[in-house]
Design a protein around this ligand. Sequence first.
Ligand code: FE
Ligand code: FE
Length: 187
Amino acid sequence: MKVETLRDLYVDVLKDLYDAENKIVKALPKLAKAASSAELQQGFQEHLEQSKGHVERLEEVFQDLGVPAKRKKCKAIEDLLEEGKELMEANSHSEVLDAGLIAAAQKVEHYEIASYGSARTYAELLGEDQAVALLEQTLEEEKQTDEKLSQLATSQIDIEPKDTVAGQRESIARKHPAVRAGAQGTK
Ligand code: FE
Ligand code: FE
């Protein structure tokens, strides 16, 4: 499809998002299954339900526009989800994996926030008022999800002290009292 007018660009971003959301709906149950923290599992589950709504809202936007709802392969989300999959394959259930899953999910959210922000602006410029309201609603939900993930990253992820640099220094200092003074000095 040629992208020459603002309307073409608008349809292009909608098709990209439509593919992205469908891929996200497919991936979220796997993320939920891989998460250790009950709150993170629940967070992914809730966002799965929200994302199904995002697919429906996009279908409504296409309908208002009189354009068939079609997917255009979103390579960026495909790759971000692939990275998440690699992470799950390389790590067993752990809080460290949870931290990685949160980071992977936030990258997806940031992509969505950027794309919905653009789509909403195009809809505004094109005078598509109904679409502006629908895209705005989804944009707000993506932002809230991103914030929730940030909160979970700090409140839920209780990484073992041995996994932190300070913790490693501590355990070395415990095993080798001679370096204790040095370890404390660098704190
Ligand atoms: Fe979404
Ligand atoms: Fe999302």
